[in-house]
Design a protein. Structure first.
Lengths: 103, 164
């Protein structure tokens, strides 16, 4: 395989997504789940900018990436607000303990 | 040379991502997350998307880090991550398989040189993607509501008192 900047960045995107998926599987703390989502979205933003630059339409990739960054920030804010309220109500942030589902 | 530059920055980002996930103290994980954001914005800057890089750096390494530290200061004792429910080797195997499949799908897409600059972000955003701008406005409004939820000190509701 030819080592080009495109391939290197693509490899980095796949690695970031892989590490993020691993984090989602092993993380139990609600605040850390929000952080892991942030890691995943950083990989996605990088992929969008790369796709725009390679596809010949950088403006489109960049504007989509900007939208994703805004959405990502709102996810973090709302997620953290929920986590703080969950901590006040249930007294813990451990995801298996705050699940009220049975079975 | 350019490839080496990208590789070094991306290796740093992936290392920080791994450290953020395995760190027991969530405050340390927050610092690693800020590092990932800074390194990602460096890559985006090198790709010619300066405005997006500035946005990512200010929001990712600035605002989100401050919010995380504030949330950690509120939750206090729960700022540690307990051990995983899923056995780590199993999680590693599943994610390894997924990542290999993902890589197998995307890597045949070899080509290309980068197109830098040209059509600006502002033109694209304000002329072609006006709907995105409106969605961003709505999202920012819901973010403000989220911050109000984060900062509220309201006493437990009536439903909780009934359960107790």
């Amino acid at each position: 395989m030819i080592v080009t900047p495109f391939n290197v960045i693509l490899f980095g995107v796949v690695a970031l997504l892989g590490v993020g998926f691993y984090g989602l599987l092993i993380t139990r703390n609600l605040i850390k789940v929000v952080m892991v989502l942030q890691i995943l979205i950083k990989g996605v933003v990088l992929a969008l900018v790369l796709a725009g630059a390679v596809g010949g339409n950088p403006g489109l990739g960049q504007s989509t990436a900007a939208t994703v960054i805004v959405a990502d920030t709102i996810v973090a804010v709302v997620g953290l607000a929920l986590a703080v309220q969950v901590r006040r109500r249930f007294g813990t942030l451990d995801v298996p303990k705050i699940s009220t589902l049975r079975g | 040379m350019e490839s080496i530059q990208y590789a070094v920055i991306l290796l740093g980002a992936v290392f920080c991502a791994y450290r953020a996930i395995v760190a027991k103290r969530i405050l340390s994980a927050t610092i690693y997350l800020a590092c990932i954001s800074a390194l990602t914005s460096a890559i985006i800057f090198l790709l010619g998307a300066e405005q997006v890089a500035v946005m990512e750096l200010s929001v990712g390494a600035g605002l989100v880090t401050v919010l995380l530290v504030y949330a950690l200061s509120v939750v206090g004792d729960d700022a540690m991550d307990p051990a995983s429910v899923i056995p780590k080797p199993l999680a590693f195997a599943l994610v390894g398989l997924t990542t290999v499949l993902l890589g197998w799908m995307v890597f045949p897409a070899v080509p290309a040189s980068f197109v830098r600059g040209s059509m600006s972000l502002a033109i694209s955003l304000w002329q072609s993607r006006v709907l995105d701008v409106w969605i961003q406005i709505v999202l920012i409004f819901s973010g403000v509501m989220g911050v109000l939820g984060l900062l509220s000190e309201k006493a437990p509701g009536r439903s909780q008192e009934i359960h107790q």
